[in-house]
Design a protein around this ligand. Structure first.
Ligand code: GZL
Ligand code: ZN
Length: 376
């Protein structure tokens, strides 16, 4: 008997120690012991992204670029928040990210000011913050790791150089140019830079700015603003829209008022200028001479932000400010480039082939920029 019971005890203890070794929950009266912690490579990097809203095609493409990169397949968990263009919602989202102890916070700030307090909270929580698109105006730039975005005033200066050359080539005198500026969201870096660039060029070249009105980067406001401008300023012959969605609204309002949209301002057409160039439809408008020139604003920040996070994870120091590459689109082959601060920027001629290529990229969501290799 003794031998048998001894053998039984021995094989039971062997059996239980075997179970314990493979982590099975053997109800040892110690309560459920934790499941195995995710091994290093399985642990996803959690990124909290506070996005401005969904006011424009640009914004949707920017969101798409981030979502297409920060996937579980790539080792990320993305917590996405749409702030409906309200800073209070963005501040709330950042505080939620801090509570959830995310690994990184990405902020696309709706306007430049009002971020010091909440970015200090993220800093104190030891969560790195990356700013994308517009700039934040904070007292201490250590409150964010880096920024990825556009040089908005440069976009405007390229646009205004194009307009200047267009006038030269078509013998249009500066005093015969009457421009209305339909601004983007007031206080957004894109609005500040695009408005400033136009103001400086108008002063330098002698153009008349008949009005500067708010357009909030939306089609509806672009339509509404243009309707009023047409009534108040019959001499207006250039509508400077600070993004494509405003331009789409302006084009519709000009046509609804029975006027002609186009670059032939000497013969009564009203020229529309715009920024972004994201959707194929915007480039089609350029080909149709409904929009005379678009200064591209590149929304593809996803791959660049991901490259920054990987550098931070590797203990490297990414460059503080990273400007994305941007084009200028026009249908006028007689203007091949513009010069700003003695640097030459080529003008990309819009053709049906370019539009088809852009449509294919856009429709298949492969609208992901090929990064210059210096970014990785
Ligand atoms: C520019 C971005 C602007 C776009 C608009 O980087 O902030 O906001 O030009 C968007 O289309 O709404
Ligand atoms: Zn011409």
């Amino acid at each position: 008997m003794k031998k048998k019971s001894l053998a039984l005890i021995l094989c039971c203890s062997l059996f239980f120690s075997f179970l314990g070794a493979c982590g099975a929950n053997i109800g040892s009266g110690m309560g459920d012991h934790a499941t195995e912690p995710a091994t290093e490579e399985e642990k996803l990097t959690v990124v909290g992204f506070s996005q401005v809203g969904a006011e424009s095609d640009w914004r949707s493409a920017n969101t798409e670029s981030m979502k297409s990169v920060f996937t579980a397949y790539n080792g990320y968990e993305l917590i996405f928040d749409d702030a409906q263009q309200k800073q209070t919602n963005q501040i709330m989202a950042i505080r939620n990210f801090i509570q959830q102890e995310v690994d990184y916070i990405v902020l696309a700030p709706v306007t430049e000011t009002g971020w010091d307090t909440v970015l200090q909270e993220a800093h104190d929580a030891g969560i790195p913050v990356i700013i994308v698109d517009r700039m934040v105006d904070v007292s201490d730039s250590r409150l964010f790791e880096c920024w990825v975005g556009s040089n908005f005033e440069l976009e405007a200066r390229k646009m205004c150089e194009w307009l200047r050359w267009f006038c030269v080539k078509h013998n249009i005198l500066a005093e015969d140019v009457y421009i209305a500026d339909i601004q983007g969201t007031i206080g957004a870096s894109a609005q500040i830079g695009r408005t400033e660039g136009l103001q400086k060029a108008a002063r330098e070249y002698g153009w008349n700015i008949v009005a500067t009105v708010e357009g909030e980067f939306t089609r509806a406001k672009g339509y509404e603003a243009t309707q009023q401008l047409l009534l108040k300023y019959p001499k207006m012959n250039v509508v400077y829209c600070e993004n494509d969605n405003e331009a789409f609204g302006a084009i519709e309002a000009i046509r609804d008022a029975g006027k002609q949209v186009g670059s032939d301002i000497k013969n009564g057409e009203i020229m529309v200028l715009s920024f972004d160039g994201v959707k194929p439809e915007a480039l089609q408008d350029v080909l149709d001479d409904s929009i005379s020139c678009i200064a591209e604003c590149n929304p593809l920040h996803g791959p660049r932000v991901e490259a920054i996070i990987r550098k931070l994870q590797n203990g490297e120091t990414p460059q503080k400010y990273e400007y994305v590459d941007e084009d200028v689109f026009s249908a006028y082959e007689e203007i091949e480039n513009v010069i700003v601060d003695s640097k030459e920027y080529p003008i990309t001629l819009v053709t049906p082939e370019l539009i088809e290529r852009r449509r294919a990229e856009y429709d298949t969501g492969s609208y992901v920029e090929e990064l210059p290799d210096n970014v990785y």
